[in-house]
Design a protein. Structure first.
Length: 219
């Protein structure tokens, strides 16, 4: 019941309630990973589904993400101490020449809501900066946002530079943004396209799991 309360309060964006319920769950000796998966992530997944179906909109997603972060302030130190790791790592950014950040921010929140560690490089990111960050952070997923027809080709430049740096084999690239399509993603060699933030999070999980299974088979 307490896990359902965490999920329900998160969906309503009630940050204080989420913190209190997380603490209560810990007091009940519920495993931190269970609280994360069955409470926080479950709630954020439900919000993501509603967002995809246009049942909720950006403001509701933002307050839900804020509520999740409130719960994580209690849970994260305990998860770290217990040796629990994120299921994977992602980099998110808006490409060079583009200063839009709302879509990128939503993607970051949704990805974190799936238990993926996320590094936000910000907006107007050059291909060189993205390549350097991939080498530094060693992510599983790179999410490239472009909100303008004039900047979407920078997504191709990033992929070209990642290939030149010989790091594409270690990562999966997801692209998105208003003018971007699946055909465009296929044409520039991206690993995936997401029409919205919730779909980006689902795709990130799928690609991370596929990458993990591939690595197991190679070993």
């Amino acid at each position: 019941m307490i896990l359902e309360n965490i999920s329900a309060s998160l969906q309503k964006g009630k940050a204080t309630e989420v913190k209190d319920f997380v603490q209560e769950a810990l007091n009940q000796k519920i495993a931190p990973q269970t609280i994360l998966n069955e409470g926080l992530i479950k709630g954020m997944t439900i919000i993501g589904g509603k967002f995809k179906r246009n049942e909720v909109f950006v403001p509701e997603v933002l307050v839900a993400a804020r509520a999740m972060n409130a719960g994580l302030t209690i849970l994260r130190p305990i998860l770290v101490a217990s040796g629990t790791h994120a299921i994977g790592k992602a980099l998110v950014c808006t490409v060079q020449g583009d200063l839009h950040d709302i879509g990128k921010n939503l993607v970051k929140m949704m990805i974190e809501g799936q238990g993926i560690e996320c590094t936000d490089l910000g907006v107007d990111c050059s291909p060189e900066k993205i390549v350097e960050s991939v080498i530094l952070y060693e992510p599983d997923i790179v999410c490239l946002s472009a909100l303008l027809t004039t900047t979407m080709m920078k997504q191709k430049l990033v992929i070209d530079e990642l290939k030149k740096a010989n790091v594409m084999k270690n990562i999966r690239v997801i692209i998105g943004g208003a003018p971007v399509t699946q055909d465009f993603a296929d044409g520039i060699g991206a690993d995936g396209y997401a029409p919205d933030a919730a779909s980006a999070a689902d795709l990130a999980v799928k690609l991370i799991m596929e990458k993990r299974n591939l690595m197991k088979n190679v070993k």
